[in-house]
Design a protein around this ligand. Sequence first.
Ligand SMILES: Cc1cc2nc3c(=O)[nH]c(=O)nc-3n(C[C@H](O)[C@H](O)[C@H](O)COP(=O)(O)OP(=O)(O)OC[C@H]3O[C@@H](n4cnc5c(N)ncnc54)[C@H](O)[C@@H]3O)c2cc1C
Ligand code: FES
Length: 365
Amino acid sequence: MLFKLFKKKKDDLEKDDHYLTLRIRETVQETSDTVTIYFDQPDPIMDYLPGQFLTIIVEINGKQERRAYSLSTSPFVDPFPGITVKRLEGGLVSNFINDTFVPGKRVTVMKPLGNFTADYHSHNKRKYGMFAGGSGITPIMGIIKSILINEPKSEVNLLYCSRSQDMIIFEKTLKELADKYPGRLNVTHNLTQPKAGWEGASGRLNHEKVSEFFANYFNHFAENQRFFVCGPEGMMETAQESLGRLDVKKEFIHSESFYLEKDENQEDDPIEGVINRPVKILLEGEEYSFDVGPSKTILEAGLDEGLNMPYSCQSGLCTACRGKLLSGTVEMEEDAGLSDNEIKAGYILCCSAKPTSAEVKIQID
Ligand SMILES: Cc1cc2nc3c(=O)[nH]c(=O)nc-3n(C[C@H](O)[C@H](O)[C@H](O)COP(=O)(O)OP(=O)(O)OC[C@H]3O[C@@H](n4cnc5c(N)ncnc54)[C@H](O)[C@@H]3O)c2cc1C
Ligand code: FES
């Protein structure tokens, strides 16, 4: 069938292989503005890799909203999977979750996705450098726990930036892990707005701080080192740039962005000279055909047509909407979520891609 339209309601999503319904088991208030939501394991159990994220799907004011939240738990350590959600001032879903997610509630999610993870092996003798800021600790927490349990010869060094001491997410858990694994987990806290009496590092992350941390735990770059960076945009840029200046090879730095500032002027700009373009999507064994207008992305046009295309962040960061370009050309406003290898292999992000030729055909996994 060349042209088929259907709208998937929430009930239908539950029958779809990409989605799950999870029951909230427990909520734990981590700080005044951050909560961890633990879910019961469904049957069959939900497999995930440390550092992957769930897409939470909720209905607010009659509209379906989706947001990505990293699993802060480790499948090797924690019996129940959990996400940790920090309130964003004025944020729709983060506040909704903090206010309404209570034990017993059932939540529709997209199954775990994401490449921000490590390969774990008991023989590995690695040195890990973790740079986290604010809620960016969530995927890193799952990764740290997984390394400590799976790689007895590896060492983890964390530089964690928070606003003030009462805003440090997982402060107690990190301390307990550092005590349990002496010398194998070293935690440095850095506070941007410390209260009187704080004796640790303070101020914005800068090259001097990254260099000092690097000198303390790594000395010089070696191929058994791996670096993970997750946090606010400015903090991530500083960590990435500084690691580069310290001769750390790019392929040894793994990064995950939760949010990128957009240039509002460019957001809906049509691509010059582009008209409505016909696009074909191969999805769940069917082929669908629809037109994409000049200021729409392929995902927006597909959703307008009622297609059940997978997506989460809608900002080019999470790869939930990833597809393989089989023919034609597209232009992407944002491809931060894709690795160089994925781009070389022809993968695109439908939430960010606009067709720039006729005959665009995309295979969605
Ligand atoms: C792969 C991935 C994993 C993520 N994991 C987590 C996680 O583990 N924990 C967590 O708390 N969040 C996480 N996020 C962020 C989360 O998905 C939401 O973006 C965040 O909760 C804000 O959603 P909201 O509906 O509350 O805000 P919205 O209503 O979407 O946004 C309100 C306003 O704030 C701006 N904005 C949106 N997000 C941010 C931001 N992060 N920083 C600054 N301004 C912003 C928007 O442009 C808008 O103007 C993750 C995001 C991605 C892509
Ligand atoms: S929906 Fe997240 S990258 Fe497209």
